[in-house]
Design a protein around this ligand. Structure first.
Ligand code: ARG
Length: 460
């Protein structure tokens, strides 16, 4: 007999039983479900709805079930639908009819909303610490590569010289924002919906605040309809996860490009590459590619839940049972990706020489030549035009700006002097960009110090 079987004359069709049961995936919430039930039971005793001895029996029974689930001794039943009813059924089987009192003043609707909040809270903490490791690795690599010159790109065409540290520090900023987004999400989700009941609260004098405190939540939801039908917190998490994956995919894409035979800026460690079943020479950056690919799953999780929630009338609807698999999938994916990207970064080999010679070609110092003229009073637009013509000439001859003689330069404009050569040296181009946020080694070193402080603050 179903826990809700009273008003039914016929049993559920076998097909439907299987269709609507969520125990296969929501058993993952067993711990949160039991924690929530223990807090609820204690509070029921505190407000006098059940006796102290009943509280003790409930709590002890729930604790034992928790231990048995963790020891792999419990088999869940599809017929008991979901984790909430499976636990309640087990409890009643073990402690008898007192078990039937647990659900007083509660509904699975507020119960599941609580469980998912508690689940995400732990997962966010774990994700934050994985992100912290990744950021620390990037900071350390940046420290080592303050003077590793490399070309910066726009449109994937060489643009201006920078350093590897400067490039990696761009990702540090992205991942710091990701930590911030997760932190915000956690702050908003950390309240208790318990007491919302099915949707209209309850007539029992429940102490919602006590349940919240017991579960280390910061407060309670303020509207019972919203309490059971809100999944913003899951959507916020999925949005933050999607943005994080977008960042990881951009980083991984650059690693793929940099490790190609055409670039040879880095070599991936053998442990983070795979071979081809037919081409013996191949060493492919599969790990980076797979992270890039898994981004699609997480976006899909966000889109799926947004679509599930769209147009749902208040309050709870069974559609919402579809929230969990998306959340679980996103949680697993981002954690796996973060776990693998960090060691992939610190084991990669950086080819400083190839990077530095890459920084030299492609007229990456053309802006600096225009700036040289502008600093001597030539309006920048005119300087741009003149340097554009010089670039055209040089590229026809197959030489760089630094290869033209002073005489040739002076033939084009008397403003050019010997000092032009030092101002278009690649190293100089980078070192001179001391502006806050720029690539000069001292600026980037300062950025590293600042970012460490930001990280420290965010972790609180
Ligand atoms: N398994 C359900 C879910 O995940 C729990 C809530 C069920 N509530 C209901 N009224 N059927 O959403």
């Amino acid at each position: 007999m179903k826990l809700w079987g009273g008003r039914f004359e016929k049993s559920t069709e076998g097909l439907v039983e299987d269709f609507h049961s969520s125990i296969r995936f929501d058993q993952r919430l067993y711990k949160q479900d039991i924690q929530g039930s223990i807090a609820h039971a204690k509070m029921l005793g505190y407000v006098g709805v059940i006796s102290e001895s009943e509280v003790n029996q409930l709590v002890q029974g729930l604790d034992e079930i928790l231990g048995d689930i963790e020891a792999g001794k419990v088999e869940f039943e599809i017929g008991a639908e979901d984790i909430h009813m499976n636990v309640e059924k087990l409890l009643t089987e073990r402690i008898g009819s007192v078990g039937k009192k647990l659900h007083t003043g509660r509904s699975r609707n507020d119960q599941v909303a609580l469980d998912l909040r508690l689940f995400l809270k732990t997962e966010i903490d774990q994700t934050k610490s994985l992100l912290q490791n990744l950021i620390q690795t990037l900071l350390q690599l940046s420290e080592e590569h303050l003077e590793t010159w490399m070309p910066g790109y726009t449109h994937l065409q060489k643009a201006q010289p920078i350093t590897l540290a400067h490039h990696l520090m761009a990702y540090v900023q992205m991942f710091l924002r990701d930590v911030g987004r997760l932190k915000d999400t956690r702050k908003r989700l950390n309240i208790s919906p318990l007491g919302s009941g099915a949707m209209a609260g309850t007539t029992f004098p429940l102490d919602r605040g006590q349940v919240a405190r017991e579960l280390e939540l910061d407060g309670v939801t303020l509207n019972s309809l919203d309490g059971v039908s809100d999944r913003d917190f899951a959507l916020e998490f999925l949005a933050a996860a999607s943005i994080l994956m977008m960042h990881l995919s951009r980083l991984c894409e650059e690693l793929v490009i940099w490790s190609s035979g055409e670039f040879q800026f880095i070599s991936m460690d053998d442990g983070y590459s795979t071979g081809s079943s037919i081409m013996p020479q191949k060493k492919n950056p599969d790990v980076a590619e797979l992270v890039r690919g898994k981004t699609g799953r997480v976006y899909g999780d966000l889109m799926a839940l947004l679509t599930v929630m769209k147009g749902l009338p208040l309050a709870y609807n069974k559609d919402m049972q579809e929230d969990k698999e998306q959340v679980f999938d996103a949680v697993d994916t981002i954690k796996k990706c973060l776990l693998v990207v960090e060691p992939m970064l610190w084991t990669m080999q950086v080819h400083r020489d190839t990077m530095a010679s890459g920084a030299k070609g492609g007229f990456t110092n053309a802006t600096d030549l225009a700036d040289y003229l502008a600093k001597k009073g030539v309006p920048f637009r005119e300087a741009h035009e003149l340097v554009g013509r010089i670039v055209l000439q040089c590229s026809k001859k197959g030489i760089g700006l630094e290869d033209m003689s002073l005489q040739e330069y002076q033939g084009l404009s008397p403003i050019f002097q010997e000092d032009l050569f030092s101002s278009i040296g690649i190293e100089h181009c980078v070192r001179a960009r001391k502006i806050t946020g720029g690539p000069s080694p001292e600026t980037v070193a300062e950025g590293i110090r600042e970012s460490r402080k930001v990280l420290e603050k965010l972790l609180w």
